[in-house]
Design a protein around this ligand. Structure first.
Ligand code: ATP
Ligand code: MG
Length: 219
C-alpha cells in the first residue's frame, strides 16, 4: 500500500528533517505515528498526502512511484486519501454539514443521496445540533470532530490523521479512536499521529517512532 525507500526530506536549504526512511505499510493496517514535537510527523504525513515531494528516495503508493506521477494522476490518487489536519482546515464559508459533505460532493454525489449519512455521522461525533453552524462558531474540539467526520465520510483507502484527538477530553478521544477502528475494519489503512500515551497504551497498534529524522517501527 505504501513503500518508502531511502526517503529524505529537507525544506529549502535547511537541515534534513527526515533522513533515509525505508519502510512499508501493509493494506488494511493501523499504525500510530509518534515522536517528539518537531520530529517530522506532520512532514511525513504531508509526503503521504502527496502534497510534498521527498528531496531524495522514492515513495510508492497504491503500487505506483508517486514522485513520477503527473498532476492529474496525483489528484486522482489523492481522492483515495482522507486527512485530518492538525489545524483542522475547515472551510469558513461552509456550514459544518457542508464541510463534512464536501468529499462526497466533489465525487459528484447529490445531497439527496448523502444527507442521511452525513447527518448520522455528525450525530455520532456529537455534532447533531451544530450541523448548520459555521466553523467560526465551533469550539476547538467541535472543529476537530467536524474535521474527523469530513476525513472519514467517503471511506478513503488511506486515512491520515494528525493529532486528531488533541483538542478533546480523554473519554471522547477514545470514542473517536473507535470510529477510526471501525473504518479500519472496513479496510481503510490508517496512520494516526499522536502524543497521547494513554491512547498508545490502550490501543496497542504498532508504533512508528520518529526521532532525529530516523524511524523505528515497533510492531
Ligand atoms: N514549511 C516548512 N518550512 C521549513 N521548515 C519546516 C516547515 N514545516 C516544518 N518545518 C520544520 O520541520 C521540522 C519537523 O516539523 P513537523 O511539523 O513535521 O514536526 P511534528 O513532528 O509534526 O511536530 P509537532 O508534534 O509539534 O506537530 C521542524 O523542525 C519544523 O520547524
Ligand atoms: Mg505536527
Amino acid at each position: 500500500m505504501i513503500a518508502f525507500e531511502n526517503v529524505g526530506l529537507r525544506y529549502g536549504h535547511g537541515p534534513e528533517i527526515l533522513k533515509d526512511l525505508t519502510f512499508t505499510i501493509d493494506p488494511g493496517s493501523f499504525h500510530f505515528l509518534t515522536g517528539p514535537s518537531g520530529s517530522g510527523k506532520t512532514s511525513l504525513l504531508r509526503l503521504l498526502l502527496l502534497s510534498l515531494k521527498p528531496t531524495r528516495g522514492t515513495v510508492s503508493m497504491f503500487g505506483e512511484d508517486v514522485t513520477r506521477l503527473d498532476q492529474d494522476r496525483l489528484l486522482q490518487m489523492r481522492r483515495h486519501i482522507g486527512i485530518v489536519f492538525q489545524e483542522f482546515r475547515l472551510l469558513d464559508h461552509l456550514t459544518t454539514f457542508e464541510n463534512v459533505a464536501l468529499p462526497l460532493r466533489v465525487r459528484g454525489q447529490s445531497e439527496v443521496s448523502y444527507r442521511a449519512n452525513v447527518e448520522e455521522l455528525l450525530d455520532w461525533v456529537g455534532l447533531g445540533d451544530r450541523m448548520e453552524a459555521y466553523p467560526s462558531l465551533l469550539s476547538g474540539g467541535e472543529k476537530q470532530r467536524a474535521a474527523i467526520a469530513r476525513a472519514v465520510i467517503a471511506k478513503p483507502d488511506i486515512l491520515l490523521a494528525d493529532e486528531p484527538t488533541g483538542n478533546v477530553d480523554p473519554g471522547l478521544s477514545e470514542r473517536l479512536l473507535h470510529l477510526f477502528e471501525e473504518l479500519n475494519r472496513m479496510g481503510t489503512t490508517i496512520i494516526l499521529a499522536t502524543h497521547e500515551l494513554g491512547l498508545l497504551d490502550k490501543f496497542g497498534y504498532p508504533r512508528m517512532l520518529l526521532n532525529d529524522g530516523e524511524m523505528i517501527i515497533h510492531e
